[in-house]
Write a protein that binds this ligand. Sequence first.
Ligand code: MN
Length: 343
Amino acid sequence: MMLAGLRSEVEELKALCERNDEILIFGHKDADGDTLGCSLAFAEALRLRGKRVHVVIPPPLPEKYSWMPGFEHVREEPPAGSSIQLVLFFDAGNMERSGSAVDLIPEQATIVNVDHHTSNSRFGDVNIIEPSAAAVGEMCLDMLEQFGWEVTPTMATNLYTALMTDTGGFRHENTTAQALQSGARLAALGADPSYIATMVYKSRPLTTLKLSGLSMASLRVELEGRLAWAKVTRSMLREAGAVMAEAEGIIDTLNSIAGLELAIMFKEVGSRLTKISVRSRGEVDSAALCARFGGGGHLRAAGAELPLPMDQATEAVLAAAREAVARTRPMEGAHASRRPQRI
Ligand SMILES: [Mn+2]
């Protein structure tokens, strides 16, 4: 039972939800399927219980998820002049990840922090942190069932989207028996796996593919195929007619190379701001690499933002990356990443 050690915290969340009539839900910056799915599902659950709910996602809103049920209610800032006493965060490792709008949270509000990142800063008044959960969506399913609240087909759709996207379409190492069982439960509750997969993985704009092609042309492979990296520059965005959010999936294309242990994507966000996305297999730790540059994440997937121009960021990160790969033993054969382990 996933949340067995958190029973009193889960009961506290239920009591807080029942006691408050107006509730604010905060998603994190660069909102993904997990933070959105949980926020939208919980918002619906609370509305069904007669609550006034505001879902805030820091801009820019991820339009590729605009098909998710309830997305039309998402706002970029909390309502002005409200006296909200309860604020829920899903999938946010720290408060900073939710942007400057968190400054608008009333001082006396109770904050509940629901997450699965081991690096979570425990910023809430109530912290429900379960690192064994493949996605926070999975925790939300368990919590709603523990509350005895109905999970509608639209809530199941949002939570399945959370679980599917955080497991990379049920392919990452966090695809445990428990994750698949949660997926099956959500399908039984009305989530349509084929429809959701089509909306997430087969609905890309042409500009996204053009950008991917331009970025792939910058691909470099080093250390006998153990390290691969590529860039997305602002001039590539102009040429493809794309925006930076469309670069999100390119890292997974890099990570599909046989025998690869570390994949790094460099994104030129500004003249002095470079974002990196990192994926790893074998013994290389993505989160540890990103932590050296003020970022974080999971063992297999992490990111960081460097206040440096692209060239300097590339140089600094690649030096650390080469060192990290050289320090570990090479994977043995193509199946090395299959060793059963948790992320
Ligand atoms: Mn997550």
